[in-house]
Design a protein around this ligand. Structure first.
Ligand code: UDP
Length: 463
């Protein structure tokens, strides 16, 4: 006979206090639901009223200016709001600054909220995937998680997926946090004159590809399926500081086929050079996407580096997450120089198409350079401390810190003894050096054969 759900251990057959709590929740649910709706709306009304009152002199002048120019005070565009209802997003008529300030009237009226998914054009709204339609169950917002992440360069998921996440995780406290973070991300990523977005960046003569996460993963997968050998590196400000002083490391970076930009420091450096970074392509964000793509394309991965047991733990974790993933082999990064040939033979015998080397910079780049001829896997890349994160040895910064570009602060707090020099001294030093480069760009030429993404530099051309 089938067991009643109450006989099965778990949330349904729980003890008295829990049942009492469940009853209490069920009875108060309508009240909680109304409060959950009223509280954010009250905050929207209070804050939009405050903004409109404080800005009223500016708004009045801007309204008169618009009327003087066009004979109209307001204009607007029709966008799709909550429950798919169209609404007019207001703007002041005529050209000039502050035209969008009147959008606070939309917040006051309830067309929009301060935090919520971006209001969409009708054709964009028609293309939202079915699983993400919940985004229309809340008011569109002035600030969205996706926008904050885009400004920092870490928006690697689709916008509608981030909106869905926002819908399910939304709380008043979370909204206040996001609003605060948007001030930081706006200062770092937004505002000012539109910046040039070159396809290749230059830091101290090292060519850094300015691309998206999707393109970067596609590139690896395409190369891993091919016959030619390719090498890749990630650089953060610390790596570039090393490259500034260490000519061998700089030469090694100039020789690899692709260098990718990692971290908020690169973002700031780009702004100092009056350029825009397309995305922050750090290995830690890329790794799960790469595993997913490699699993789909049946491309085996080899994990080399970190302390004993760490690479194996990473392999186990990733296979749990992507059961189709093929791990060609794992090996820690603490072996005698005499064992190197055996390590290379083991990698070559494993059938790996993608080799991840986690020895830290610049050791991993030198190692890949030294063994490049002998290694047969088509793609090799240095990934720094990546395995420590995915093995669970070191926790990664929470999303709110990453959204503020503060992942480095988290790492500093975890290992202050090792990291203070890298961040407290290294970050300002890097920005100072970028400033020097901005003043004397001719002193930092890129290698002659550098090409844009999509047309990778072959190492021979680049020598
Ligand atoms: N490591 C290694 N062999 C060594 C020295 C270091 O495998 O001889 C590993 C170390 O265990 C760590 C990684 O290299 O997992 C370096 O981490 P770090 O955070 O310094 O790298 P970053 O990401 O900053 O380049």
């Amino acid at each position: 006979m089938a067991k009643s759900p109450l006989d099965i251990p778990g949330p349904l057959g729980t003890s008295r206090p829990r049942r009492w709590l469940a009853n209490f929740r069920r009875r108060t649910h309508p009240t909680l639901a109304v409060l959950g709706e009223l509280l954010p709306r009250t905050l929207d009304i209070l804050s939009s009223t405050a903004v409109l009152v404080v800005l009223s002199p500016v708004l009045l002048v801007r309204a008169l200016w618009g009327r003087h120019q066009t004979g109209e005070v307001l204009t607007g565009s029709t966008l799709i709001g909550r429950y798919h209802a169209p609404f007019r997003r207001l703007a002041f008529a005529g050209s000039g600054r502050f035209s969008s300030l009147i959008v606070w009237l939309n917040v006051f009226r309830g067309d929009m909220s301060i935090v919520g998914p971006r209001p969409l054009e009708a054709d964009e709204a028609a293309n939202v995937p079915v699983e993400d339609l919940v985004r229309f169950a809340v008011r569109p917002g002035l600030i969205s998680s996706f926008r904050v992440r885009s400004q920092i360069g870490i928006a690697h998921q689709s916008e509608s997926a981030v909106d869905r996440e926002l819908y399910y995780a939304q709380t008043v406290k979370g909204d206040l946090g996001l609003a605060a973070r948007s001030v930081v991300s706006g200062a770092l990523g937004g505002g000012g004159a539109p910046l040039e977005m070159p396809s290749m960046l230059n830091f101290f003569g090292v060519p850094v590809v300015n691309t998206t996460m999707d393109e970067a993963v596609d590139w690896i997968v395409a190369k891993a399926a091919g016959a030619e050998k390719h090498c890749m590196a990630f650089v953060n400000p610390d790596c570039l500081n090393i490259a500034w002083k260490n000519a061998d490391y700089r030469a090694a970076l100039r020789k690899v086929d692709r260098v990718l930009p990692d971290g908020i420091g690169i973002h700031l450096g780009c702004r100092m050079l009056r350029q825009a970074l397309r995305a922050n392509i750090n290995g830690t964000d890329m790794f799960p996407l790469l595993c997913e793509a490699a699993a789909r394309e049946r491309l085996p991965i080899y994990l080399l580096g970190a302390r004993p047991g760490i690479a194996k733990a990473v392999a186990d974790n990733m296979v749990k997450r992507y059961p189709e993933l093929l791990i060609a082999g794992t090996r820690d990064g603490y072996f005698d120089p005499g064992e190197e040939q055996a390590v290379v033979d083991a990698i070559n015998g494993s059938g790996a198409r993608i080799l991840l080397v986690a020895f830290g910079a610049p050791r991993q780049e030198f190692w890949l350079e030294r063994w490049r001829e002998q290694l047969v896997s088509p793609v090799g890349m240095g990934v720094g401390g990546l395995f420590d994160f995915y093995s669970g040895r070191i926790a990664r910064a929470p999303v709110w810190m990453r959204e503020m570009g503060l992942e480095w602060v988290f790492r500093l707090m975890q290992e202050p003894g090792r990291m203070w020099r890298r961040y407290i001294i290294g970050n300002p030093l890097f920005l100072y050096r970028v400033r020097l480069q901005a003043k004397h760009p001719r002193k930092f030429p890129l290698p002659d054969a550098v090409q844009a993404p999509g047309s990778p530099i072959s190492s021979d051309e680049n020598h």
